[in-house]
Design a protein. Sequence first.
Length: 254
Amino acid sequence: MQAVRKIPDLELPGPLAEPFSARKLSTGTEALDLLLAGGLAPGETVEVYGQRSGGRLSMALAALAQATARGRCAALVDLGDGLDPQSAATAGVDLERLLWVRPRRLAPALASAEALVAAGVPLVVIDLGMPPIPGGRDDEDAWRRLAHAAREEGVALLISSPFRVAGDAADLAIEAFQPAVSWRRHGESARILGGLSSHLELRSRSAASASQEAGPQALVLATSDVLAEDDEDDVRILEFPVREQDLPRYRAIA
């Protein structure tokens, strides 16, 4: 049996040196933080699932950026092979503090995640990409073991999947819906893409987190600032529950 050495804490000077366990880690996504009652808690397993373009990878990168910005190491188990290092750096991820694991099948992905959890990496993100998941099968026992290890080690575990895989092993399960499209009118008839917007819904929670209360939350994936620049713009947000505080950003809601 191979021994796993604990990874020492990497601290930054000043206020960023606050211990990871002192409070929840913001995911960098306001809507997700609201559903998590402030962010990812040490020892908590959160599963975010949904179809293509629902923002799962963007949320994963935002969480990794938050962790590495605080001077902590983080890990991404990238079964979907969707990480672009340049885009991750642009999103704020400190690549020198990121351990990137690229397994080819689900079983090695889970084994890698268990090793990272045992090593004490403060944040472990598992991205399963798009279906079909290579080597995917119903193996809730493996997810339960992983979630139990994360709880014992105080590691925040974020699972990004096209559909629910962790079952009752996850403390929270959140669905990311496909985005609605916003259009900016250009001239009398032409329209150009203004942005994409989606929303998240809390689908289930474990008994340990049953006291949390939060309804559907808005998630703006990419909305151009140019939408509000021209008084003649006719912007329509299609099939999207826009929050009241966001209404001043838009000229018309359909």
